[in-house]
Design a protein around this ligand. Structure first.
Ligand code: PRP
Length: 216
């Protein structure tokens, strides 16, 4: 019988990776070397289950999965939408819940209502473009930022922003509010399209264990 090959997971560094490993731990899959906070290792192996894990920046996770460098990935829905890669999205893990919203000062509500040609700052220009052009049929100017996007309307760079809202405290502390909700977000499992065909049984078992609990 041919030897079972490793299934490789690309995990989004930080909270999503920690929550994924916590969930897998409950299903009996552990990876001791990953718990060492000081390690500089990049790839972690669970020999018993023939699983490999590596940590990557969120936007790179769908890239690794599309090219087959990872069979599976754990990444936020926001990143899946923005990167628009050819991968299967197979499971909502239910954690990392937040919302993608159009936010700004109260007076920007009027600009939105009247379909004015406004400036929209975002770390997610693809999502912002799709929302304003395809869903709202509103022509806007989109400005790409790389973080602290709430600054946009505060310093006069943009009228509104398209950004993630979790607790709402960043908006609140800066005198901004949610003006429109685009969609709910959470962590998802994505799968490489070829791996899904070649390793159907193992991947399906893994997904159903993650969905329903139970040992893998
Ligand atoms: C995210 C997001 C908001 C904030 C929302 O930023 O872009 O700024 O969190 O969270 P809240 O609703 O709980 O306040 P992040 O902390 O990832 O950093 P960034 O601004 O550099 O993107």
């Amino acid at each position: 019988m041919s030897e079972e090959r490793y299934l490789t997971f690309a995990l989004t560094k930080g909270r999503l990776a920690e929550q994924t490993m916590e969930l897998l731990g409950k299903l009996g899959v552990t990876c001791r070397e990953m718990n060492d906070k000081h390690t500089r290792k990049l790839i972690f192996v669970n020999e018993e289950r023939k699983l490999k894990f590596f940590l990557a920046k969120g936007p790179d996770v769908p890239t690794y999965v599309e090219y087959g460098a990872a069979d599976l990935g754990v990444v936020g829905k926001d990143t899946i939408m923005e990167e628009n890669r050819r991968v299967y999205e197979v499971l909502d893990l239910g954690f990392g819940r937040c919302r993608m919203c159009v936010c700004g000062p109260e007076h920007a509500e009027e600009l939105l209502k009247h379909h004015e040609r406004i400036r929209v700052a975002s770390k997610y220009p693809g999502i912002a473009k799709d929302y304003f052009y395809n869903k709202k049929h509103q022509t806007v100017d989109i400005i790409k930022l790389n973080g602290s996007v709430e600054l946009g309307p505060l310093v006069g760079l943009s009228d509104v922003i398209v950004d993630i809202v979790e607790t709402g405290s960043t908006l609140h502390e800066n005198g901004l509010r949610v003006l429109e909700e685009i969609c709910p977000l959470s962590a998802r499992i994505i799968v490489n399209q070829v791996s899904m065909q070649m390793e159907t049984t193992r991947i399906r078992e893994l997904i159903s264990a993650l969905k329903n609990g139970g040992l893998i």
